[in-house]
Design a protein around this ligand. Sequence first.
Ligand SMILES: *Cc1c(COP(=O)(O)O)cnc(C)c1O
Length: 382
Amino acid sequence: MKDETRLTRLGRPHDSRGLVNPGVERGSTILAPSAAQLYDFPPGMPHYGRVGLETQSALREALSGLQGGVGCALTSSGLLANTLAIMTVVEAGGTVLAADCIYGPVRSFLLNTLPRFGVKASFFEPRMGREIGDLITSDTQAILLESPGSLTMELQDIPAITGIAREKGVTTIIDDTWSAGLTMKPLALGIDLAAQSLTKYVGGHSDLLMGAVVARDEAMAQRLQTTERAFGIHTAPDDAYLALRGFRTMALRMQRSEATSLILADWLAARPEVGAIRHPVRSDHPDHAIFKRDFTGGCGLFSIELPGWDVARSERFLDALDIFGLGFSWGGYESLAIHCDPQLKRSATAHKHDGALIRFSCGLEAPEDLIADLEKGFAAVC
Ligand SMILES: *Cc1c(COP(=O)(O)O)cnc(C)c1O
């Protein structure tokens, strides 16, 4: 079956009442049928609400099924999905090798929190492939990817990296939010743990914070579940319900956002103010060949360079926009824009771009209206 079909079928209720959606099942206590069974619940049956009831298990099944994984942990945010994946695999004395483009708060976790537990981090230039083998040492426990980087849009050569990592016994983790586990299949490309923020395209309506980690094999799924349960991680059934509702329509929304983003990118490319367009779906993206090989589609998130622009000019441009909201997150029905420069952090190599970097998340509005909005932005800076 194609993914569009699977999105409609995965995570349906297993009972015989005929409902197509699981209920919002709330509960902490689950009564045991007898005293003897208090400590011996039947296998697969939850013994306590913290581990998730019907709603969460439907969502876990849906996400794991879409990605071809064998287990899934739900988290209260995408950030926690990343940190849980990392905590699942590291031990004191180890090092995490991370792409220099990873999400800022994950970088902070690696630099500020993990060292307290004896784990170090080092960063690599994100346009990396098999050469990463030269950076792997006997201390390397995990390689953390984000492809494309969600501000700067560089791609990593995932199969090349997972190939060498496997040869050297290193676990690979990806932050896979841009593809939402739909347009790229990290586990099939050899990744061990795929983390994503469901807050973005899966949620899709800017009213939900959630994350998920999907494991590639049984051993990794066991480690993931043990770590998830050790931390007492729980997500509310109402949130799981919203995420599963978003899951049903995400292919449509992503395709529409992508189509709009390509119209806008073409229009922007013809503007004299605009330099490089950073959109992996476009053939002028430096990593487009990798995109074509590993992805079946894109989404509405891309960035542009504005040569000679400083932060003040970016702010004037953004303040003149009306339909594009100014705010963090992305993947919602409404379009957003931010200037990235104040939050770009690099340690492997200085980040090279000309002037300012502005990122757009295209929502579901008519492209003509968004273009008229951008015109207002440019009018305000000249
Ligand atoms: C938003 C985002 C996160 C964090 O997700 P939250 O659900 O907001 O915690 C992690 N990684 C990427 C790439 C993101 O865009």
